[in-house]
Design a protein around this ligand. Structure first.
Ligand SMILES: Cc1ncc(COP(=O)(O)O)c(C=O)c1O
Length: 369
């Protein structure tokens, strides 16, 4: 049995009649930029997240960048980011000319450690930007307390956290602005690039909506130098279909995660730890191994695809050589990058496949010794 990391075609095959109908509806409407389909998705996504506004955008990186622009973040400002994240989080900070200031994770959760944030705050800090990495919610309450104490904004990178909850409340409405990616492999994925922000602040929502459309609210009247980052109505229509099944598909991810947790306990691998306040969306199931290369080779030999999220942390990328951070400046990010391995995870992974993966990992226990 060969098992792909993620079957990207499976969502279409499951939902083909509804998706074909949604795409045809947009094509027949003659409305191809913004318009009713985008507005309908924005309303439905805001409602799902329990927040008053959603603004559809072209991708998740733009969501982060425009969120920071809407808050007035500019060169000279510092934004606190996790050292352990996908590089897009940092790139958004760089895109507005501000400086990313990395803070190390809690190794138990892989997410930014709130206890380490305060020492990173300077007179230039404007924003704390936690990431809900792998769909595990970051510990938001202490972050919000610190932000209030120092007068900082909280922008969340929720690109991997559709449907996750923090202390019983869905991700999407805690911070000042929450940023979403609907990249195809995400838990709520389009069939191309797409993104959004959610916020309870109507001024911020309006500001992002202007920025995404050339800085214009009214055609040919440009209030500021914006960009073109509009959510495509075809993608919005597809996202509406997929939003209807998001909870069901998240439940499937949760049962795979439970099967892995039970089957892999006692293997010597470090498994994801879920604090009692977290209800993760299980975008990825990431384990840690001191012999990752051996484990990955063993799985590959058995026909099981795995991926590394992420092999090189941002501070060790050439893109950030200018910050002058040595690998050991952020040892937790460096070490996690050397140990993590993601097992196949997704709503179309069958129980039979997941059981097979457990069997193969367990048969590899010698690698851990
Ligand atoms: C944590 C995180 N932030 C930001 C992004 C950027 O999203 P996009 O690829 O839609 O630009 C991604 C995904 O690619 C991500 O995983």
């Amino acid at each position: 049995m060969s098992i792909p990391f993620l079957d990207l075609g499976a969502p279409y095959h499951e939902l083909q009649p509804q998706i074909d109908a949604a795409v045809s509806r947009v094509l027949a409407s003659g409305w191809y930029i913004l318009g009713p389909e985008v507005e309908a998705f924005e309303a439905e996504w805001a409602q799902y997240c329990g927040v008053s506004h959603a603004v559809g955008l072209a991708n998740g990186l733009d969501a982060l960048t425009l969120a920071l622009r809407a808050l007035g973040i500019m060169p000279g400002d510092e934004v606190i980011v996790p050292s352990n994240t996908y590089i897009a989080t940092w790139l958004a900070v760089s895109a507005v000319g501000a400086t990313p200031v990395p803070v190390e994770p809690d190794p138990a959760t892989h997410n930014i450690d709130p206890k380490r944030i305060e020492v990173a705050i300077t007179s230039s800090t404007r924003v704390i930007l936690p990431v809900h990495l792998y769909g595990q919610p970051a510990d938001l309450d202490p972050i919000l307390v610190i932000a209030r104490r120092y007068g900082l904004f909280v922008v969340e990178d929720a690109a991997q956290a559709h449907g996750a909850s923090y202390r019983g409340r869905r991700i999407g409405a805690h911070g000042d602005i929450v940023c979403w990616s609907f990249y195809p492999g995400k838990n709520l994925g389009a069939f191309g690039d797409a993104g959004a922000i959610t916020t309870n602040d109507s001024d911020l929502a309006a500001r992002v909506a202007i920025l995404r459309n050339y800085g214009s609210r009214q055609k040919y009247i440009n209030e500021e130098a914006g960009v073109n980052s509009r959510l495509d109505p075809v993608q919005a229509a597809i996202l509406r279909v997929k939003l209807d099944v998001l909870d069901e598909w998240t439940a499937r991810r949760r049962s795979i995660a439970a099967l892995y947790a039970q089957g892999l306990a006692g293997t010597g691998l470090t498994l994801p730890q879920v604090p009692n306040w977290a209800d993760p969306a299980w975008h990825l199931y990431v384990v840690r191994s001191l012999n990752r290369a051996g484990l990955q080779a063993h799985l590959t030999a058995a026909g099981i695809d795995t991926l590394i999220h992420y092999p090189i942390p941002p501070h060790m990328q050439n893109a950030y050589a200018g910050l002058g951070l040595a690998p050991h400046a952020l040892p937790l990010a460096r070490d996690l990058a050397a140990q993590v391995i993601s097992l196949p995870m997704g709503p179309h992974l069958t129980t039979e496949q997941a059981t097979r993966i457990v069997e193969v990992v367990v048969s590899c226990e010698q690698w851990e010794e």
